[in-house]
Design a protein around this ligand. Structure first.
Ligand code: PLP
Ligand code: COI
Length: 338
């Protein structure tokens, strides 16, 4: 096992032993190869550099209580990358190639999978880019699919303590019927300025509103948003939200815990009615939201004591984590044991 301070890991890049790659050339995928090279060489006119032909994914491998390593819903990430590729006219890896690449890179870097009990995990980053040269706006004829891994701790410094977020009405991360519901790098480039404005004001994340009417809740930074009220788990439905695999899983867990689940437009006025609020995603896991600042309307919404997770949020978190780390049975067939 690597000599890393696992319990104090942040969310950043740490060099591991290897990554895996395959190229689409001449109409077919070449072999998956493993390399310790952290760099990519490509043509200066590659479509990923100029026209944003880029898709990425994020999932994690967890070292369980029983010592076994689990992947969480890897097929879902493969399917989402295929959807992103479809919209951006790229050639996606087949589901088999995607899963094989993930298994190969995780197995090859097993000394970087954090020990059970440290709260850390191995973040897996699949990437698909157009590498062929084009100067006209056209899809590439060549693609690189690669997967690297890096051990990570909590996405927010607060860990499972609540974050405070601010509503940003001045920026959108995606257009109403654009790329918000797929995972392209451009959405993240479009979020960097608002994230920096948020950070400067002391907020680790910003809450976006729907880009057409600015009336409904959209994404919460790089995560989905949820609120809980009167035994109902409520999460926004919007054409510009990324369908989160974590959120989909939480909705299932919530139902099975006896919560009612509503995925629908969430009017901003409902923020005043929630008993609990949170954000969720692979990186964010479940990060409770303690306070939401709406500077334009001169309002602050506080959930619970504003610092600790509410009771439902805590229960959902424990069940999700329990399944991921093999502490409790996985009745849904979500984990792949390596
Ligand atoms: N929304 C955005 C914008 C994200 O970047 C992510 C992270 O992948 C999510 C939501 C959460 O999705 P998932 O739970 O599939 O990781
Ligand atoms: C993820 O949760 O995997 C994300 O995409 C968040 C971020 C690190 C981009």
């Amino acid at each position: 096992m690597e000599n890393i301070d696992w319990g104090n890991l942040g969310f950043g890049y740490i060099k591991t032993d290897s990554n895996v790659r395959a190229y689409w050339r001449d109409g077919k995928w070449g072999p998956l190869t493993m390399t310790n090279d952290e760099t990519i060489t490509m043509h200066m006119a590659a479509t990923c550099l100029h026209y944003g032909q880029e898709a990425f994914e994020g999932l994690k491998a967890y070292r369980g209580k029983d010592g076994k390593v689990r992947l969480f819903r890897v097929e879902e990430n493969a399917r989402r990358m295929a959807r992103t590729a479809e919209y951006t006219k790229m050639v996606p890896p087949t589901e088999e190639l995607f899963i094989e690449a993930v298994k190969m890179v995780v197995n090859a870097n097993s000394r970087f999978i954090p020990p059970y009990g440290t709260g850390a995990s191995l973040y897996i980053r699949p990437l698909l880019i157009g590498t062929g040269a084009q100067v006209g706006v056209n899809p590439s004829k060549e693609y690189l699919f690669m997967v690297f891994v890096t051990p990570v701790g909590p996405y927010y410094k607060t860990g499972f303590n609540a974050i405070k977020v601010m509503i940003d009405r001045d920026h959108d991360r995606a257009a109403p019927h654009g790329t918000g519901n797929i995972k392209v790098g451009g959405n993240y480039a479009a979020s960097l300025l608002s994230a920096e404005i948020g950070h400067q004001k002391g907020f680790p994340s910003v809450l976006y509103l729907d880009p057409s009417e600015k009336k409904y809740i959209d994404e919460c930074g790089a995560a989905n948003f949820f609120g809980i009220r009167d035994g109902v788990y409520i999460t926004p439905d919007s054409t510009s939200i990324l369908p989160s695999i974590t959120n989909k899983s939480i909705m299932q867990i919530a139902k099975d815990m006896g919560l009612k689940v509503e995925k629908r437009k969430v009017d901003i006025s409902e923020l005043a009615t929630f008993e609990e609020a949170g954000s969720c995603g692979t990186a964010a896991v479940i990060s409770p939201v303690g306070k939401i600042y709406d500077f334009d309307e001169d309002k602050v919404y506080t959930y619970g004591d504003g610092v600790t997770a509410g009771p439902w949020t805590k229960k959902l978190y424990e069940t999700l984590r329990g399944i991921q780390y093999g502490e409790i049975p996985d009745p849904y067939g979500w984990v792949t044991i390596l």
